[in-house]
Design a protein around this ligand. Structure first.
Ligand SMILES: NC(=O)c1ccc[n+]([C@@H]2O[C@H](COP(=O)([O-])OP(=O)(O)OC[C@H]3O[C@@H](n4cnc5c(N)ncnc54)[C@H](O)[C@@H]3O)[C@@H](O)[C@H]2O)c1
Length: 419
């Protein structure tokens, strides 16, 4: 008999999981409250960059995938994986979506079902928050009647090397039987499964990974600010340090951090530490402070450079290269580039942007998208490299632009200033 999987949330995490599970032979229902998304999915139109329309089409044609806004379509599931957003609300974790998903799925939980949370969240969420909702709504009791687990998602949108299937997956369960069930499910979908001893270890593992990255990016960002003031080439120093074969990991400066993992997840950890222990997680707070300040720093450096050229920001034409929050991705959620756009517009700049990877519907109002061409570049007072997509012709940028402010170390020349 085929197993039925319900994936709640069909976004960057849920949709790739649904597709991989279809490939592994599951009957999959992708539940999402966003009817526009569900409509697009059932028409084989993807809005998630790692899943193309052909893959969706194949899944739909197999008869083993259905997207739906109706939780009733998840009835009879064997495994349900929850992949809904976990934003911040005034700096505090906002578990509203996990709560809604848990309450909706609870009446469908049967004896022997397995429910797994994948949303990134603070340690304790699965057991202290989700479990009571599931028990109350189902009238059942875990682990006696159903299994519960947590498995952090490590998906890296746009990464062609590391995908869901070949990235080791950490799994955990409420008890040993839950862990067995969760592990057995993921062994069908991913090559390497890493069981850990508790839900809290798995929850903390995800926050550790993201906090590590956040803090190291903050370190090189602050270093970039000071090195420039000291007249030292930070990029060359990073290249030199990267030749060390052990004990060093390369991180590079940039205009700030975006997406969900870096700007938001570490605050889930610091909130938990503050609430449970009364302590400030100083590393996280400092990293937030530094990284959040980077878009302002970029605008400040640009204003100084324009000033040197006897130009005010007000009225200058600025062409921004890259709006997505990371290289070769089209995702501009919480992108620092959007902050840069806002600040420059406030100062009266005529802002244009080039980003062939960004889907128009994600763009904030007022950003004019243009092509990367000699005419646009030469008509600009400044060209700013914010996200270093490989598809940009950097030689053309160097050649045609009167002035380039490069935050990603891709351009060279007398008209180029780097972060
Ligand atoms: N995007 C990433 O790279 C990434 C990586 C690792 C972990 N995560 C974590 O995974 C979780 C999901 O992130 P995402 O990027 O997939 O978010 P997303 O916004 O792309 O997708 C979430 C989807 O859930 C839907 N949703 C919200 N509430 C719902 C509900 N009650 N019932 C059904 N659907 C609902 C939304 O409509 C949306 O389509 C977050 O906790 C995030 O931190 C994301």
């Amino acid at each position: 008999m085929r197993s039925k999987l319900a994936v709640v949330g069909q976004g960057y995490v849920g949709l790739p999981l649904a597709m991989s599970a279809v490939k592994a032979g599951f009957d999959v229902v992708g539940i999402d409250v966003d009817s526009w998304r569900v409509k697009r999915l059932n028409a084989a139109e993807s809005y998630v960059e790692d899943i193309d329309g052909d893959r969706l089409d194949e899944a739909l044609r197999s008869g083993r995938y259905l997207a739906s806004t109706d939780y009733a379509d998840a009835e009879g599931f064997d495994v349900c994986v929850i992949t809904v957003p976990t934003p911040l609300n005034e700096g505090a974790p906002d578990l509203r979506h996990i709560g809604a998903a848990g309450r909706s799925i609870a009446p469908l939980v049967r004896p022997g079902s397995t429910v797994v949370l994948e949303s990134t969240t603070y340690p304790g969420t699965t057991e202290e928050y989700l479990l009571p909702l599931l028990e109350e709504g189902s009238g059942l009791c875990a682990p006696r009647d159903f299994f519960l687990g947590y498995s952090p998602e490590r998906i890296d949108p746009g990464n062609p090397r590391w995908r869901l299937e070949n990235t080791p997956k950490v799994v955990s369960g409420l008890d040993a039987l839950s862990l067995n069930s969760v592990e057995a499910f993921y062994r069908h979908v991913v090559a390497d499964v890493v069981p850990v001893s508790s839900l809290q270890v798995a929850e903390l593992c995800k926050l550790l990974e993201n906090t590590f990255r956040h803090i190291n990016i903050a370190l090189v960002n602050e270093l970039a600010v000071f090195a420039q003031q000291l007249g030292i080439d930070v990029w060359e120093a990073i290249d030199a340090a990267s030749t060390k074969p052990f004990g060093f990991m390369r991180f590079t400066p940039g205009p700030g951090v975006g997406g969900h993992c870096l700007p938001i997840d570490p605050s889930y950890l610091s909130w938990k530490v503050k609430r449970s222990l009364g302590h400030n997680f100083r590393f996280v707070e400092l990293a937030n402070d530094i990284n959040n300040h980077m878009p302002d720093h970029v605008v400040h450096r640009l204003a100084l450079a324009l000033n040197q050229r006897r130009k005010p920001v007000n009225g200058s034409r600025v062409v921004l290269l890259g709006l997505a929050y990371k290289k070769n991705s089209g995702d501009c959620r919480e992108s620092p580039a959007i902050e840069v756009v806002r600040s420059l517009r406030k100062l009266g700049a005529d802002v244009r942007a080039v980003d062939p990877l960004v889907d128009g519907y994600q763009l904030p109002v007022g950003v004019e998208l243009v092509e990367l061409c000699r005419r646009e570049l030469s008509a600009a007072d400044a060209v700013v490299v914010l996200t270093d997509h490989d598809c940009f012709d950097y030689r053309l940028v160097e050649e045609a632009s009167p002035f380039v402010f490069d935050t990603r170390n891709r351009c060279r020349g007398g008209n180029v200033e780097r972060l």
